[in-house]
Ligand binder design. Structure first.
Ligand SMILES: Cc1ncc(COP(=O)(O)O)c(C=O)c1O
Length: 360
């Protein structure tokens, strides 16, 4: 007789895992929006040092990282939520806020973990289509908010489409969201976003919106994806406390915390990576446009392109893979005929463009 699992197991969609981790060294890994740069040497050294003490559980209040973030962004420690990657915070927020009868509103296509929140909680998901330029349609999203809405997710810049909205538009939207309803502004890629100005600008919004959380990560610009560290800056302590209430006691390991503190202290390195990424994304976008593809205006560390013929998607993705280049197929992310391509090293980007030239 088969094991009887909870009803929600049938509802929760499987996360579309990237292929190719077993292909060896000579592969351009452009499928998961990681950083092509290794972690800062001081971050590696700090993680090493912390390893020597892992017979103990990590400090459950995570003071060093909490304090470093509080100092950098001027947000009280009690309003900072930490997590084993920002995904961990997202899922915990879903658990804290959602239940059957509640509603969650988000744009689609957006980050592939969002559908998990409604499926796991039994809440109703309202997916609002992106506009014709693959950007969030905030008017359409605002129109979907009802008394039942508990959580709104805005992904800025949006994964997978790379597009972003300026803070004026975000603030006008926030003014239309009732205070009982939490908003998570998912800023996993904010360091790369020219439309946002800098990483402090959106922090200002927290002063006026206690129902807001800015969700961020060390997995992208800071190059610590494998260590799993995310954080959320909250507009109120209540929001942080409710999220922490549903979690396991030790959710962030000590080497990860130590590395994140060091990485945060090396903003010069972050800036260097961001400028490499911004110029490389222009080259990639121009290269793809030159091959006849439509390319979204990217504000992230990846580009999003519609192929000249949507039916080519499968052939192109496998052709790229045969040439040692891994990208994400749009069909696994909610849009047939598109590709999401992470910015890699100079050589990886050239290999991708060269292979696309052969295939198209
Ligand atoms: C929009 C967005 N949010 C959150 C995450 C989760 O990142 P992590 O859990 O590595 O912090 C990702 C990862 O790709 C993402 O694209």
């Amino acid at each position: 007789m088969p094991i009887e699992f909870g009803e929600r197991i049938r509802r929760i969609p499987a996360y579309p895992l990237a292929a190719g981790y077993d292909l060896g060294q000579d592969v351009a890994m452009l499928a998961s929006n990681e950083s092509c740069f290794e972690p800062h040497p001081d971050a590696i050294a700090a993680a090493h040092e912390a390893l020597a003490g892992v017979n103990r559980y990590p400090d459950p209040s995570y003071q060093p990282l909490r304090q470093a973030l509080a100092d950098r962004y001027g947000v009280a420690r009690q309003r900072i939520v930490l997590g084993n990657g920002s995904c961990d915070i997202l899922l915990s927020a879903g658990e804290a806020l959602l239940e059957p009868g509640a509603e969650i509103v988000y744009a689609w296509p957006a980050f592939s973990v969002y559908p998990h929140l409604a499926a796991a909680s039994g809440a109703r998901a309202i997916q609002v289509p992106l506009d014709s330029e693959d950007r969030h349609d905030l008017d359409a999203m605002a129109a979907e908010i009802t008394v039942a809405t508990r959580l709104v997710l805005v992904c800025n810049p949006n994964n997978p489409t790379s597009t972003s909205l300026g803070l004026d538009a975000i603030e006008q939207f926030l003014a239309r969201v009732p205070r009982h309803c939490a908003v998570i502004l998912d800023e996993a890629y904010c360091e790369f976003a020219l439309a946002l100005g800098d990483t402090y600008a959106s922090v200002e919004l927290l002063r006026r919106h206690p129902n807001l959380m800015l969700l961020r990560t060390f997995s992208k610009a800071y190059g610590l994806a494998g260590l799993r560290v995310g954080y959320g800056l909250c507009g109120s302590e209540d929001l942080r406390a409710a999220i922490d209430q549903v979690r396991q006691p030790f959710y962030l390991n000590a080497p990860a915390q130590a590395a994140a503190v060091q990485a945060l202290g090396h903003q010069d390195e972050v800036e260097r990576r961001v400028s490499h990424t911004v110029s490389a994304r222009l080259e990639l976008s121009d290269g793809l446009r030159g091959l006849g593809c439509w390319v979204a205006d990217s504000d992230a560390n990846f580009v999003w392109t519609h192929l000249p013929d949507p039916d080519l998607e499968g052939e192109i993705v496998s052709g790229l893979s045969e040439r040692g280049v891994l990208v994400r197929a749009g069909s696994s992310l909610g849009r047939v005929g598109a590709l999401r391509v992470t910015i890699g090293t100079e050589a990886e980007n050239q290999r991708f463009l060269g292979a696309m030239g052969e295939l198209l």
